[in-house]
Design a protein around this ligand. Structure first.
Ligand SMILES: Cc1cc2nc3c(=O)[nH]c(=O)nc-3n(C[C@H](O)[C@H](O)[C@H](O)COP(=O)(O)O)c2cc1C
Ligand SMILES: [Mn+2]
Length: 503
């Protein structure tokens, strides 16, 4: 079997029967599949969502273990699912591909639309267009997320919401699909922004400054500073929909459309009961409500994906007006913390899925790599086919201007012949290729809200390292040495001799 080059995971056949070739209907459909594949363990012992589930999950994820379904979380009748996508294999299962490159290939074929030359080309485009059209979310009258509708007498405390780490400010909903509408364009956004539980019906809304939910909030506030903005939150759905909330798609591009593309079937949506928003019909739990535009409250601390606590900060408050859910809902959650965690596999999927999009604009990019310990935003290694002086620096600037890649704290650009997934090779070759004072570039700009070392929140410096071979046209006038490689004839002779050497 071939290895998937970037992640070295063993690809598997996702389409081993006709049934599996259909998109997952919902979260429990995916749970069934995981169970069939030996990728899920049920835990019947009573375990506390306060700290204990984190400690168990942290050990299991780091050991490469399965998804976990806690059937008896302490203090709740709702089972809890975690570590769902916490391995390369489960991510492939979720996306129903043999390897992530297959998703990238589909994206590439979509954006390979060349301007049609003549009628024949136009005709050839039709099936592609039809396919595109088939990804749009589809409104339906009702769905399983409406089995129970509660406008009164509900409480978030019925759900097994985690307190993840000892110094956390409380319990946090960690995998909510937060749905808002751009108040100017009416376009939907779905983002995963953690929500700290304040009481039965209120939470924080931790959309960071540069995220689309925060942008909607600012635009709504500009229209009516003391008004409200409606928000709906879906928890637990088919895996592509759940993943779509973390994808860095451009503003005003509906993540649910992207989910439809990923699952090859439209996401069905239903209208909310108390707000003018639509939510995935197959969700386990829906929270409806609003944020008051002139209200902020202290959120945090929270043990974050940096492996450190993010400190307290002021964030909007989400007031819940209605909860709808299935008769027997499953609470989907995840933890972040010292890497690697489940979110590493999500980040890796993002890296692989969006590489073709980057390469469309910047075909000189050969490959990119973000090591787990770099927490995505801290380190990106990029290999390029360098073809003019200063090319490496142009690519750094391109990355810093590309959506959430703007947060990349350190970019290392190497030549095309460096295997950037082999970190030993990167350290060796990159460090040999630099004259630090000459090859390091600093810029100022937006940084990740979670960067606790930045001089002020959201603003700071970033560093690019040009670790490509230097050219005379870049002012480097010395010869550049060849890399040491034994000649093939000697290698062949020694291979022939090898047995006789007794080594
Ligand atoms: C487990 C997990 C938790 C996250 N929590 C937050 C969060 O609290 N706030 C935030 O702004 N982004 C958070 N993110 C990242 C966003 O989901 C991601 O940046 C997404 O692309 C945002 O959507 P948007 O581009 O539509 O704003 C989290 C991601 C994951 C995987
Ligand atoms: Mn978005």
């Amino acid at each position: 079997m071939l290895e998937c080059a970037p992640c070295r995971c063993l690809p598997m056949r996702a389409f081993d029967n006709v049934e599996a070739a259909l998109a997952y209907k919902d979260l429990r459909d995916f749970i069934r599949r995981l169970e069939k594949e030996g990728e899920l363990r049920r835990i019947t012992a009573e375990v506390d969502p306060v700290l204990e589930i984190t400690e168990i999950t942290d050990r299991v994820t780091k050991a490469g273990g399965p998804a976990l379904l806690f059937e008896k979380p302490k203090g709740s009748r709702v089972p809890l699912l975690i570590n769902t996508l916490g391995s390369h294999r489960r991510m492939n299962l979720a996306l129903e591909v043999d390897k992530l490159g297959d998703v990238a290939d589909r994206i590439r074929s979509m954006i390979d639309f060349q301007s049609p030359q003549g009628l024949l080309d136009k005709l050839k485009m039709l099936p592609k267009l039809a396919e595109l059209g088939s990804f749009f979310p589809k409104s339906v009258k009702t769905g399983p997320c409406k089995e129970v509708i509660r406008k009164e007498n509900f409480s978030l405390h019925e759900f097994p919401i985690l307190k993840c780490w000892p110094q956390d400010g409380g319990r946090f909903i960690t995998w909510p699909l937060v749905i808002t509408k751009n108040p100017e364009t009416g376009k939907r956004n779905v983002g995963v922004y953690r929500m700290q539980v304040f009481d039965d019906r209120t939470t924080a809304m931790h959309w960071q400054t540069q995220k689309h939910g925060a942008e909607h909030f600012r635009r709504a506030r500009a229209q009516n500073p003391s008004g409200r903005m409606e928000v709906a939150v879906a928890i637990g759905a088919d895996p592509a929909t759940c993943l779509s909330g973390i994808l860095p798609v451009p503003p005003d591009l509906d993540e649910l459309m992207f989910a439809g593309f990923l699952r090859r079937e439209p996401v069905e949506t239903v209208a909310c009961e108390t707000v003018d928003l639509e939510v995935p019909a197959n969700a386990e739990i829906i929270l409806e409500g609003y944020v008051q535009l002139d209200e902020l409250r202290t959120e945090g601390p929270f043990g974050d994906h940096t492996g450190f606590y993010s400190l307290e900060g002021e964030y909007p408050v989400f007031h819940i007006t209605c909860i709808t859910h299935r008769r027997d809902p499953i609470y989907l959650t995840t933890i972040v913390g010292p890497p690697p965690q489940e979110d590493f596999y999500m980040g890796h999927a993002v890296e692989r899925i969006f590489l073709p999009v980057m390469r469309m604009q910047y075909p000189e990019i050969i490959d990119i790599s973000m090591p787990a310990e770099g927490i995505f935003h801290n380190l990106m290694i990029v290999s390029i086919r360098k073809s003019y002086p200063g090319h490496a620096r142009k690519i750094m600037n391109a990355i810093w201007s590309l959506g959430q890649a703007m947060f990349t704290k350190v970019i290392v650009v190497v030549d095309h012949d460096v295997n950037i997934h082999d970190y030993r090779e990167v350290v060796w070759k990159a460090l040999c290729a630099i004259d630090p004072e000459r090859d390091v570039q600093f810029v100022l700009g937006p940084v990740d809200t979670l960067d606790h070392a930045a001089r002020i929140q959201d603003f700071g410096s970033k560093m690019g390292i040009d670790a490509t071979r230097k050219w005379s046209s870049e002012g480097f006038l010395r010869p550049w040495p060849d890399e040491i490689r034994m000649d093939p004839a000697t290698r062949a002779r020694v291979t022939a001799l090898w047995k006789s050497l007794g080594l």
